[in-house]
Design a protein around this ligand. Structure first.
Ligand SMILES: *Cc1c(COP(=O)(O)O)cnc(C)c1O
Ligand SMILES: [Zn+2]
Length: 365
């Protein structure tokens, strides 16, 4: 049977083709998975990359081999000897210096498998960089829509990979809307880290790697959330591990947003549907998403794990960045925002916690 997407709102199904990315009702699509079963004996130990989990990734061919840049299998280490149960996963040790490479490698390899020759994406920075790099490597033309206020260093990185930059005046939401119009008008593949379900098939390897390195499942994941690509990937990954019978629990997900742009945290706390907020300005540009398209998925995942939200102020973000640098880790402010969330989190002495270091410090001044 061919691969299918299913609408999260109305359950309509679509065959996976080049141009399907949203339901006719406007709902978000999920990938339909028939019996994903992870078998530890099928791990490809010769590959020190995320492709060691190839048998749970959605490919019919080996085309991904020509697209991969050796992403994944990032270090999981104790942050500080004084807190031996808190681990950081150094996900900025990736080809384009952010965790987005997990998703982009899978999404672009899938596009290549589908015969796509051009993609469009929109991003606040790191996803665009990652899509641009993998598209170029795959020989696929790429237009990246971004806001005029994107960090110059990220714009330079995207340009270096030969993508066409289409800078838009307006909010992050205006950028996405303009990109979607172009996708429709130009009949182009939408390589969106938010809309395209294959991106999450890449980010789910975050969970598999944690499980493999620990040989168990941590109690808690602290995860920064804007559009939720890491949060949902982690949730899907741990859910698959549980459904495959190799673990019997899913970690609690504690999601972190910047106080100045916190639509999901607000909705969670007030128990209401997500309403668009005004981004009043935050250093954490990677999670400054005023209206996350997959908000229903994200709230469901956090609730299903009995997790909750934490918000962090600009002062806390700045201070947390200094503290991480003093432990040896130079991260971008968005990653510091997440660490600041950890510092505010009330943990027990027994709790095993994993914190991702999502983006490298040199990406943003
Ligand atoms: C993209 C990104 C995030 C947030 O990911 P979402 O998918 O938007 O939730 C956090 N940190 C960094 C460095 C990022 O690039
Ligand atoms: Zn629908």
């Amino acid at each position: 049977m061919s691969e299918q997407f299913e609408c999260h709102s109305c359950s309509t199904r679509y065959n996976v083709t080049e141009l399907v990315w949203r339901c006719k009702c406007g709902g978000m699509l999920d990938l339909v998975k028939e019996n994903v079963s992870f078998d530890p004996s099928r791990l490809q130990n010769e590959m020190p990359t995320m492709w060691r989990y190839q048998h749970v990734l959605p490919f019919k061919s080996d085309i991904w081999k020509s697209v991969s840049m050796g992403e994944g299998n990032t270090p999981l280490i104790v942050l500080d000897e004084k807190e031996p149960k808190t681990f950081v996963k150094v996900d900025y040790m990736m080809p384009t210096l952010s965790f987005k490479d997990r998703g982009a490698a899978v999404l672009i390899a899938k596009a290549k498998e589908l015969g796509v020759t051009k993609v469009i994406a929109d991003s606040s920075g790191n996803a665009g960089t990652s899509i641009a790099a993998y598209a170029k490597r795959a020989g696929i033309a790429c237009d990246i829509f971004l806001s005029e206020s994107t960090s110059p260093k990220k714009v330079a990185q995207i340009k270096a990979h030969g993508a066409t930059i289409r800078a838009i005046k307006g909010t992050r939401e205006d950028v996405a809307e303009t990109a979607q119009q172009a996708v429709t008008e130009e009949k182009t593949f939408y390589a969106s880290h938010v809309y395209n379900p294959f991106f999450y098939e890449g980010t789910k390897t975050y969970a598999y790697e944690i499980w493999e390195h620990m040989q168990s499942v941590p109690d808690t994941l602290i995860i920064p959330v804007g559009n939720g690509t890491l949060l949902l990937g982690a949730y899907y990954g741990f859910r698959e591990l549980m459904e495959s019978g190799v673990t019997n629990k899913i970690p609690k997900i504690v999601a972190v947003q910047a106080e100045n742009c916190a639509p999901l945290a607000n909705a969670f706390i007030t128990n209401q549907a997500v309403a668009e907020v005004k981004n009043t300005g935050t250093l954490a540009e990677g999670i400054a998403i005023a209206k996350p398209a997959r908000s229903a998925h994200i709230l469901e995942a956090v609730r299903a794990t009995k997790g909750h939200f934490i918000t962090t102020s600009e002062e806390e973000i700045t201070q947390a960045r200094v503290e991480l640098a003093h432990k040896g880790f130079y991260v971008e402010p968005t990653t510091a925002a997440n660490y600041a969330g950890y510092l505010k989190y009330h943990r027990t002495s027994e709790e095993k916690i994993v914190i991702p270091l999502c983006g490298a410090g040199i990406k943003q001044v």
